[in-house]
Design a protein around this ligand. Structure first.
Ligand SMILES: Cc1cc2nc3c(=O)[nH]c(=O)nc-3n(C[C@H](O)[C@H](O)[C@H](O)COP(=O)(O)OP(=O)(O)OC[C@H]3O[C@@H](n4cnc5c(N)ncnc54)[C@H](O)[C@@H]3O)c2cc1C
Length: 375
């Protein structure tokens, strides 16, 4: 029997919904509060051990049927120049990544699959609400919500992303995110697949693309930007247009034709944070980006969030006290997650220093290889 009977999860993103599902499967009743009215998002690549975690959550097969599936030799990781000439075939996939096919899943679809499975196990998901105060008592945590309600929980999970309000409430002394000198822009381009999927490296920045079965091409781009500033939608559009125009590769020219003036572009600074151990205080614990967010160079942040959720549920199931469960969780998660955060930040530095593609790809391959151990 689990060492807690109910949990509040703040944040209904990847970490929060995965935790709700994983904990429900071990008999813990979960309430989720999510501040946003609907999920915004692009695609998410999930590979390696993240797919083990999806199997454990019972959603891998369903995700696979709605995703682009990358079998062992089909990962779109090749690197080309502005004209489309091949610079590198990309990192050789570590053997362990071949256990199961990797997937590229449209984030809103993925979140709906998680939410649907969680609801079927009795999870409540309330949108437009957040936790405003968390009072830790010896027998329970009393949570005051933004809608005026108050409830007690055995466990509170902060899964509210890189700007976590829960982190601020429970760890007022926590570090704040560090800007990594790069801006990411993501676009879901309408229309059919475009040949020569993979990454492209140009003087203004890097971009890549792959097709999703929802009839869209996912285009993530990264440009250097020494000082972070908030851009208007128009400025983001102008910058992204200039980036696409700086390429003569046939594939990018084709994508450029699809960029409408009102295209939705998601611009975010590349930032990172690694909460020092422990990520828990009283009955509250942080998981996912709330505890450890990083630049997207390894494409592993979402995978780590899902692993966190699965491991936390295992620890809650197996321990006789919450304190033991938290200790075991930290023992299993900290070093693995630190590898991802630090390696991804290092990759940003290599990118900004315009390191030769061979050096960048070699570093990426080694960093991915280090994640082969089971979580
Ligand atoms: C450009 C880019 C590309 C990426 N590509 C990949 C990839 O291919 N593969 C991969 O594995 N990872 C990728 N990542 C990383 C991945 O997006 C994150 O690691 C992942 O989203 C973390 O999940 P999370 O649930 O912890 O946080 P989030 O996804 O940020 O979810 C947090 C949720 O909490 C909600 N919330 C926020 N504040 C509150 C509040 N006060 N109360 C209630 N709810 C709140 C938010 O609305 C959100 O729904 C990428 C990141 C970026 C920036």
């Amino acid at each position: 029997m689990a060492c807690v009977s109910n949990a509040l999860i703040v944040g209904g993103g990847i970490a929060g919904l995965s935790a709700a599902l994983a904990l429900s499967r071990v008999g813990v009743h979960c309430d989720v509060v999510e501040i946003a009215d609907s999920p915004l998002g692009a695609s998410l690549g999930l590979s390696g051990r993240a797919t083990d975690a999806l199997v454990e959550l019972g959603v891998y097969d369903e995700c696979r049927t709605t995703s682009t599936v990358f079998s062992h030799d089909q990962m779109p990781t090749s690197l080309r120049d502005t004209a489309g000439q091949l610079l590198s075939p990309g990192p050789k996939r570590p053997e362990w990544l071949g256990i199961r096919d990797s997937i590229g899943v449209y984030r809103p679809v993925f979140l709906e699959i998680l939410a649907d499975h969680a609801r079927r196990l009795g999870v409540t998901i309330e949108r437009g609400v957040t936790a405003e105060a968390i009072e830790d008592r010896s027998d329970a945590s009393r949570v005051k919500f933004s809608n005026g309600e108050q409830f007690c929980y055995d466990l509170v999970i902060g899964a509210d992303g890189i700007r976590s309000r829960t982190r601020g409430l429970v760890f007022p002394d926590a570090p704040t995110p560090t800007y990594a000198g790069q801006l990411s822009i993501r676009w879901m381009a309408p229309g059919p697949a475009v040949p020569d999927e993979g990454f492209y490296l140009g003087p203004m920045g890097r971009l890549g693309f792959y097709y999703l079965p929802q009839g869209m091409v996912y285009v993530p781009a990264v440009v250097p930007l020494s000082e972070w500033k908030r851009f208007t939608d128009g400025e983001v559009h102008a910058l992204f247009t200039r980036l696409l125009d700086s390429y003569t590769a046939r594939a990018i020219v084709e994508l450029r034709k699809r960029l409408a003036p009102d295209a939705i572009l998601i611009a975010r600074p590349f930032e990172w944070i690694l909460m020092p151990e422990p990520w828990h205080r009283g009955r509250t614990i942080l998981i996912g980006d709330a505890a450890h967010a990083t630049t997207a160079n390894m494409g592993q942040g979402g995978g780590m969030a899902i692993e966190d959720a699965v491991v936390l549920a295992q620890c809650i199931r197996d321990a006789s006290t919450l304190a033991d469960a938290f200790d075991n969780f930290m023992r299993r998660r900290f070093a693995r997650v630190r590898t991802v955060v630090e390696s991804s930040v290092e990759l940003s530095k290599l990118d900004l220093a315009k390191a030769p593609p061979k050096e960048y790809v070699g570093y990426l391959a080694a960093a991915l290889g280090a994640l082969g151990q089971p979580y």
